[in-house]
Design a protein around this ligand. Structure first.
Ligand code: HEC
Length: 120
């Protein structure tokens, strides 16, 4: 019976890891970012490459600024959500479409794209 006393400790360690999200959240964030990249590059969805140079994307346009160092420039996630949802609200002169207001992208799709933007 020497192994038995160690079991509760293992269970506690496991539960702590799960509660802390130590196992699940990096994997989930990773898959959301991958999904966000797909949506951003999809010519029938985000179509962000029409105007932005983005790492890993083909044939980008240069109407907008290159999207890089985004996390440093916009540490606040809500600002990024606001930009993608309705940039004309922030800058009435912009040519960037209001993806959320026009329902080109759902809230969930915008969140995935923002996860992706934060990896740039
Ligand atoms: C029709 C062109 C166009 C498209 C398509 C477009 N954008 Fe933009 N975007 C711009 C322009 C122009 C700016 C510069 C800021 C402004 O005009 O308000 C900008 C600014 C941004 C910024 C701020 C960048 C910075 O360095 O300050 C982000 C983030 C951004 N766009 C993300 C996206 C994402 C994500 C998509 C796709 C879902 C997208 N854009 C699609 C034109 C576009």
């Amino acid at each position: 019976m020497t192994a038995f006393p160690q079991k509760p400790a293992l269970i506690v360690a496991f539960a702590t890891a799960v509660l802390a999200g130590a196992w699940t959240s990096p994997a989930l964030a990773q898959s959301a970012a991958t999904e966000g990249q797909k949506l951003a590059f999809d010519r029938g969805k985000g179509n962000c490459l029409t105007c932005h140079v983005i790492k890993g994307g083909d044939l980008p346009g240069t109407i907008g600024p290159a999207l890089k160092d985004i996390k440093a420039k916009y540490p606040d996630r809500d600002t990024l959500v606001a930009i993608v949802t309705d940039e004309p609200k922030r800058n009435p002169q912009t040519v960037m479409p209001p993806f959320g207001r026009n329902r080109i992208l759902t809230e969930q799709e915008i969140n995935a794209i923002v996860d992706f933007l934060q990896t740039l």
